[in-house]
Write a protein that binds this ligand. Structure first.
Ligand code: ADP
Ligand code: MG
Length: 365
């Protein structure tokens, strides 16, 4: 759908037309489309019975849809057999439930090692480290009944993470915890997110929801609303503008092209950009405002200068520098950007041979 540079950071999960009926009368999920980006923290909210757990289970390979498709890293998993799905889940998904589901006659350490056993090989030292990471180094030989609720949930987090899953699912992970334990467990999730883990979390708690990059509001099995955190919205805009600039460079920019290639189904970013007066859509054509043009030049400039920095100073290859630049560009302030440009004598082309828009320091338009 896209050229290689963007596919590298393509979505982790894409779900289309997702429907789950439990019987003729119960449609728990009703034709839902959803994309989950790599590294994203998504909170699912909504009243009891609205389909949160159902959606979580489908995306986490615990259940199969009645209708619709789920792609996990571009693999169509919705047609997997139950057995294939089980294996895929063990390799790719870590799960934290509200009820801890720890095995009572095994110690904390053994509970974590059991997850290793189901996945591949048991490694006692690694399991110990995982428990130390969640602050339970002193408790590894305790049984669940000897641990507080918060401590048990931290064992669950260690267990969920032990096999380095690509996706972490959490269904009301703080639902059974007192306030202090909740804080500790949420802190763990914040750290996981900062490390780049992808997290899907069901929660009732608005404050918890706000920690996520995006909140989905479910009602009657449908997505009734989708809200980005302000920071994430800004990054999304920049990423989207970058794509638009590149498509224009390649002479491919049109509303129809965007629609056909699934650029428009991600979190209403186009609408958000119209509201921010960065662009307008008229008669299926896209027009940038001058603010939009400036913003787009600026992010392309930062991205390509970051690529120069990574390839020339750190000798990364083109592909690697492009991937690293995608993270770094959002942090570059104007001053640092000008300094990079000046240090490399105002380069006119990025490592891919594409033009770097000029800035103040280069006295180029
Ligand atoms: P939530 O997590 O938002 O509370 P669920 O996804 O658990 O909602 O449930 C959505 C709907 O599907 C509810 O009406 C619920 O009663 C129904 N449901 C959930 N699981 C089952 C099941 N295993 N069998 C029959 N109905 C179910
Ligand atoms: Mg539920």
């Amino acid at each position: 759908m896209d050229d290689g540079r963007w596919t590298k950071m393509s979505s982790l999960i894409q779900a289309k037309n997702l429907t789950r009926r439990y019987s003729d009368h119960v449609m728990a999920l009703d034709h839902v489309d959803l994309t989950v980006e790599r590294g994203e923290w998504l909170a699912m909210m909504g009243p009891s019975g609205s389909g949160k757990t159902t959606l979580l289970n489908l995306l986490g390979c615990l259940d199969r849809p009645t209708e619709g498709e789920i792609f996990f890293e571009n693999r169509l998993i919705s047609t997997f057999s139950a057995q294939e799905l089980n294996r895929f889940r063990r390799e790719n998904v870590g799960i934290v439930f509200q009820q801890f589901h720890l095995i009572g006659y095994l110690t904390a350490l053994e509970n974590v090692m059991l997850a290793q056993y189901y996945h591949s090989m048991v490694d006692r030292e690694e399991a110990k480290r995982a428990l130390e990471d969640v602050g339970l180094g002193e408790r590894i030989h305790h049984y669940p009944s000897q641990l507080s609720g918060g401590e048990q949930q931290r064992v669950c987090v260690a267990r969920a993470l032990i096999n380095q899953p690509k996706l972490i699912l959490a269904d009301e992970p703080t639902g059974n915890l007192d306030e202090k334990s909740e804080e500790t467990v949420l802190d763990l999730f914040r750290r996981l997110h900062a490390k780049g883990h992808t997290i899907l979390m069901v929660t009732h708690d608005v404050t918890v929801g706000k920690m996520a990059d995006r909140q989905l509001q479910l009602e009657h099995g449908r997505i009734a609303g989708s809200y980005l955190s302000p920071l994430q919205a800004e990054e999304d805009i920049e990423n989207f503008l970058k794509r638009l600039w590149e498509l224009r460079e390649e002479g491919k920019l049109s509303y129809d092209y965007l629609q056909k290639n699934n650029f428009l189904d991600h979190a209403g970013v186009l609408k958000y950009m119209q509201a921010k007066e960065l662009l307008e859509v008229k008669d299926r054509k896209i027009y940038f405002t001058s603010a939009g043009e400036l913003r787009m030049r600026d992010i392309i400039r930062r991205h390509r200068l970051a690529e120069i920095l990574f390839s020339k100073a750190l000798h990364m290859d083109k592909e690697e520098s492009a991937v690293e630049a995608c993270q770094f560009e959002h942090m570059l302030n104007p001053d640092i950007t000008e300094r990079i440009c000046t240090f490399f004598h105002h380069p006119k082309k990025c490592p891919h041979g594409k033009e770097i828009p000029g800035g103040k320091c280069c006295e180029r338009p």
